[in-house]
Ligand binder design. Sequence first.
Ligand code: GN1
Ligand code: MG
Length: 359
Amino acid sequence: MEEYLNIVSHFAVEGRVTEVKPLGKGLINDTFFVSADGPRQYVLQRINNAIFRDVDLLQHNIDCVTAHLRKKLAGDADLDRKVLRFLPCLETGKTYWTDGNTYWRVSVYIPDSFTHEAVTPASSYDCGKAFGAFEANLADIPDQLGEPIPDFHNMELRVRQLHDAVFSDAAGRLADPQVQEILSALLPFEEEMCKAERMYREGKLPKRICHCDTKVNNMLFDADGNVLCVIDLDTVMPSFVFSDFGDFLRTAANPVAEDSPLYDKVDFRMDIFEAFAKGYLESARCFLTEAETENLPYAACLFPYMQAVRFFADYLNGDTYYKIQYPEHNLVRTLNQLALFQSARAKSAEMAKIIDSLR
Ligand code: GN1
Ligand code: MG
């Protein structure tokens, strides 16, 4: 507690801090709920500096995005619950504080807000509209945003990282027959899944400002289940719209959690796909190109595939990236995401029909 009080004291928190306790389920940063006896509660985060190497760039992105969204929503009576607000550090005025070793930030806790780990068709429609609107609102941001994680959703890079992990076999896990089986299931789709990068090089696909971590639990809802606010802005950067479309469905369309070992329960839910696509297209139709719309079914396959590749590479590397709770955790995650990819891919033609009917 003493340690956290010292950290929080570098920010203009109102009132006296009464409690600090862990919050949320993120795999990257450490998040805490900060109670104070003033009018507001806060969220304290330790930024994972091993992953976000340039915290100054990261927070600059977030400052630009929140300022732009606030301008777009100006006049909304509930503005403070719809856009995150980060506190400036008292000494530097920047929205983070560092002791030269660890990096911290504080945002205002949005009162009466809830996260969900699962969706219904009705809430996915709302999420589709909200993430589409998020992209639409950021389409005219005047600032130049950087890439807090360079090439974050570049499938070609993720494939190379998997090959490197196989080559190094740092954790000595390659000989395991199950590992070999996973490799044989993933490798045949590498080229197909790298389509976006090829299209980009050929000038057939734009990059836009995207959220790039559109998991269901990165959205806040009010008590009635209405969408309030998009959170976790660390990965907002120029990317393909496939990032936001595909990554949402990766978590939402799967009836079980991404780390569930119940692989036969993994399924790509088409009712969730249809509802999300409907909402997303309502907000994003105004700016999407034909190539983007046509490839939304590809996006739905790409993200389970990319996540399987990322979890698997981390497993082979000895679990250096994602937090794990037990030694096989990344292997279980890989198998789950692989099953989801296979289910989605088998339903691509059906997805294309739905997209056509929604245009
Ligand atoms: C990470 O920490 P969290 O859960 O918000 C990851 C995402 C992955 C996700 C898998 C910066 O997000 O890309 O999809 O885990 N974020 C980063 O659960 O790598
Ligand atoms: Mg998160």
